[in-house]
Design a protein around this ligand. Structure first.
Ligand SMILES: Cc1ncc(C[n+]2csc(CCOP(=O)(O)OP(=O)(O)O)c2C)c(N)n1
Ligand SMILES: [Mg+2]
Length: 360
């Protein structure tokens, strides 16, 4: 307990974190969790077709993304990045709009599967389903920033399974050669769907791979928000000084099944699942802040009520929004009208390339 208190104050002293900064981070972890839980309820109620969850990853994402500068840097997320995108400016309404696949969903106008977050407004690049491709996009953004002499950093998140894709190694190599301002965050939750870490990699720490590409690799306890804050801040400052990339491996826990289409009790024992609960970042952060005197009971209750109101508002609002017009189904799929296969053939609005003003 005493150790946790010291860490909060040490970190605050080292980085100028005020109580309100720590409380903002706590609220984001709690908010991401509450939105995630709501998505599962909606799925079980038959209102949301698919859920892919960030539960267990929130502490790492909030801690690390907190030092990314809104309006300047870039976040290239993946499907578990609910807490990351909230930290970087997206709102609960934005998340629920994607979950319900509504027309005004900022991630993709209801086109992508839920969990594929993106926001042009907030410099959050929309992600594609093939895992690890987002890493190459982040490297490209960092290359552009360096070439154009812009003070910008790209940060991307991925799972440990994805770090076995060729894209990962190509991206790290290129970023290392050109000393690009990019931070790679591997959120190691021990599984790629049902495949355990022991069958994914012969080495326990994926951060060690950074050495092969000439830049630092850092292992951090992903359930310790403050340790993640420090790792993220150091990596981002390094990138801004022109010293190149960092690979952060945050050891997190996956508190849910891979997705709503998976049943993890088929491949994880009850004991293992119980032990994982001990690594939940939310109660741990709450304890740290309470021990340090930053969070007290009334403040905690106030944040809980505020989070619940935000999630209720987002759910009701998003559910009431219109779905995409079926006549626009081929937009962004085909650049030119194709009367043979497009909605035009059925007398619809036709298929055409969107103008930039139309966004998504
Ligand atoms: C290139 C590619 N292969 C396979 C898949 C199917 N798939 C989706 S998520 C996933 C597991 C990824 O595991 P990991 O990278 O550890 O991320 P986690 O889901 O555990 O956060 C797989 C195999 C995919 N989307 N893309
Ligand atoms: Mg994984």
């Amino acid at each position: 307990m005493a150790e946790a208190s010291i860490r909060v104050s040490d970190l605050a002293a080292a980085h100028g974190l005020r109580d309100e900064d720590l409380l903002r981070m706590y609220r984001l972890v709690a908010l991401a969790r509450a939105i995630d839980e709501r998505m599962w309820v909606l799925n079980r109620a038959g209102k949301a077709a698919f859920v892919i969850s960030g539960q267990g990853h929130e502490g790492a994402q909030v801690g690390i993304v907190s030092s990314l500068r809104p309006g300047r840097d870039w976040l290239v997320p993946y499907y578990r990045s609910i807490a990351g995108v909230l930290t970087f400016g997206m709102t609960p309404r934005d998340i629920l709009m994607a979950q319900f696949a509504r027309a005004a969903d900022p991630s993709s106008g209801g086109r992508q599967m839920p969990g594929h977050y993106g926001s042009a407004e907030h410099n959050i690049l929309t992600t594609s389903s093939p895992v690890a491709t987002q890493l190459l996009h982040a490297v490209g953004i960092a290359l552009a920033a360096k070439t154009l002499g812009r003070d910008q950093v790209a940060l991307t998140e991925l799972g440990e399974g994805s770090s076995n894709q060729g894209d990962f190694h190509e991206g790290l190599n290129f970023a290392g050669v050109h000393r690009l301002p990019v931070v790679f965050v591997v959120e190691n939750n021990g599984y790629a769907i049902s495949v355990p870490m022991s069958l994914q990699s012969p080495i326990p720490d994926l951060a060690d791979r950074a050495a092969a590409y000439g830049f630092p690799g850092v292992v951090v306890d992903g359930s310790d928000v403050l340790a993640c804050y420090r790792a993220g801040r150091e990596a981002l400052e390094r990138a801004r000084r022109g010293e190149g990339p960092t690979l952060i491996e945050a050891k997190v826990t996956r508190l849910t099944a891979h997705s709503s289409d998976d049943q993890q009790t088929k491949y994880r024992s009850a004991e293992e699942l119980q032990a994982e609960r001990e690594r939940d970042p939310l109660p741990r952060f709450r304890r740290q802040l309470r021990d340090a005197g930053v969070l007290d009971e009334p403040r905690e209750a106030e944040i809980a009520a505020d989070v619940k109101a935000a999630v209720d508002d987002a759910t009701d609002w998003a559910e009431s929004q219109p779905e995409p017009d079926p006549a626009t189904a081929y937009r962004h799929v085909f650049a030119e009208p194709d009367p043979a296969i497009g909605p035009e053939a059925a007398g619809g609005a036709g298929v055409r390339a969107a103008t930039p003003a139309e966004g998504v």
